[in-house]
Design a protein around this ligand. Structure first.
Ligand code: CA
Ligand code: CA
Length: 174
């Protein structure tokens, strides 16, 4: 299935490159989905495999994008040792990658559930389409939370979360 999606994406990419259409005539790309994801690892050492709940809906038209992204790490996925970490973002940029994945970015409010809410936090997400076991999601919070549990690249100023695999639900790119 993944191979088919990749193949399809590759074919579509080639078709898009070859298509001599004006930009305005090309259809928009939609990225939608929601569910739960798992990091497949215990990031904060509390004995539980960590993950998140996520949702997204965005439209990419040419070089512009708009939409919404949410990611909630809470409860058993108690990353950071906090009650929750909720990233609620407006998407304002996106690009389709040659491998069929989509990168998008924007500005979020980040709620740590302990009374601390940070506004205007830039974020970036990389998603690939698929359901449980195949879809993936990777969030980077830019300019904040560097070095906290789960950060795969301490010292660069960002919160670089590892990729998550869809556990339930679906990510659609079409
Ligand atoms: Ca954990
Ligand atoms: Ca980092």
């Amino acid at each position: 299935m993944k191979r088919q999606i990749r193949l399809l994406a590759a074919v579509l990419s080639v078709a898009l490159i070859l298509a001599p259409l004006p930009v305005s005539a090309q259809g928009a790309m939609h990225v939608t989905g929601g569910g739960t994801g798992t990091f497949g690892a215990d990031l904060d050492g509390d004995g539980d495999i960590d993950g998140s709940q996520f949702g997204m809906a965005l439209i990419i038209q040419g070089s512009t994008a708009m939409g919404h992204f949410m990611c909630l790490m809470a409860g058993r996925s108690d990353i950071l040792g906090l009650p929750l970490m909720a990233v609620d973002g407006q998407v304002d940029g996106a690009s389709a990658n040659p491998d069929g994945s989509v990168s998008f970015s924007g500005v979020a409010s980040v709620n740590l559930g302990n009374g601390q809410i940070f506004e205007g936090v830039p974020f970036a997400v990389l998603v690939s389409a698929g359901g449980p076991g195949t879809g993936t999601l990777q969030l980077t919070v830019i300019g904040a939370f560097d070095g906290v549990p789960g950060d795969t690249n301490p010292g660069n100023g960002n919160y670089d979360l590892p990729p998550e695999t869809v556990n339930s639900g679906q990510i659609n790119i079409h």
